[in-house]
Write a protein that binds this ligand. Structure first.
Ligand code: ATP
Length: 271
């Protein structure tokens, strides 16, 4: 898939947050549940991977890829599922989920229990970078997924993930820096970070944190022949993020439209 197609598809998911697209009711829908540190997102696709509907909620039920509030997580997934069913006029029965690379089997089971507890049968479990690559279809390069609490790197050579790393840094760190700088609460800092009218001042304040993230990327890819960095994950939504990474690493850096939705979309594709 070229980047124009990727961007069109992600834009369609974005639209499906507010609009429910028509679908063939005789065929089962594909559902992807992304349990993240900052957001729980559910994406619904038709059998041809066309986005139909999407719901999400800010939630702090997962930390560094681990479920820390089982009941809260289950309630949110159930609530989002019910909202979607109401919009679609149809029950959702099955779902795919994703986990950060290297998640142990015990933690993986907890993710399963959350989604099954919410009434969805888990039919597929994929690792997050593989989910992102369902969308990006990178053949050679590194996919860097910067979420709320973690940065996941996956080096891909000849279509195969050959190396993965998960580092405990993400958008939460940017918000903490903003909270300290403006002397506001974390929630207020989150709002400032996402305010499009303040993107220039935000970038100036968080630039050193992004530079640090870029050095983490650099250190982890130094032994591999990486020509392109592909950015996904909500934190990369920040305007100018890709420019800082490209400048620091000296490696061509690409970011799709709304990188926040790439992994949830790719999870649904695995259903
Ligand atoms: P993790 O992958 O660490 O478990 P997650 O799956 O919740 O977390 P994402 O949903 O990819 O991660 O991204 C969430 C992060 O992205 C949060 O820190 C959030 O503040 C940040 N974020 C979302 N939208 C924007 C935006 N427009 N600008 C800047 N940051 C954003």
């Amino acid at each position: 898939m070229d980047f124009t197609q990727v961007n069109d598809l992600v834009s369609q998911v974005e639209k499906s947050i507010h609009e429910t697209f028509p679908f063939d009711r005789s065929k089962e829908l594909l559902v992807g549940v992304d349990l993240g540190t900052a957001y729980v997102v559910i994406v619904v696709l038709d059998q041809q991977n066309n986005p139909i509907a999407c719901e999400m909620e800010f939630a702090q039920v997962v930390r560094d890829g681990l479920v820390v509030d089982y009941i809260g997580a289950t309630q949110i997934v159930r609530k989002l599922k019910e909202k979607l069913e109401k919009r679609l006029g149809q029950s959702l029965l099955k779902a795919a989920i994703a986990l950060p690379p290297g998640t142990g089997s015990k933690d993986s089971r907890t993710h399963n229990y959350v989604v099954e507890g919410a009434g969805l049968e888990v039919v597929s479990v994929v690792d997050e970078p593989t989910a992102a690559n369902n969308v990006l279809q990178v053949k050679n390069g590194v996919i860097v997924d910067i979420g709320g609490g973690t940065t996941g790197l996956s080096i891909i050579k000849n279509d195969e993930v050959i190396h993965t790393v998960d580092e405990a840094t993400g958008g939460t760190h940017l918000s903490l820096v903003l909270a300290g700088n403006y002397r506001v609460k974390f929630e207020e800092a989150e709002k400032i970070k996402k305010d499009p009218t303040r993107k220039k001042e935000v970038l100036a304040i968080v630039r050193p944190v992004i530079q640090k993230m870029a050095s983490i990327i650099q250190n982890n890819i130094v032994d591999y022949d990486v020509e392109t960095i592909y950015l996904v994950g909500g934190t990369c939504c920040l305007d100018g993020f890709e420019d800082v990474v490209e400048k620091e690493t000296g490696i061509s850096t690409q970011k799709p439209h709304n990188p926040f939705l790439v992994t949830p979309l790719g999870i649904a594709m695995n259903c």
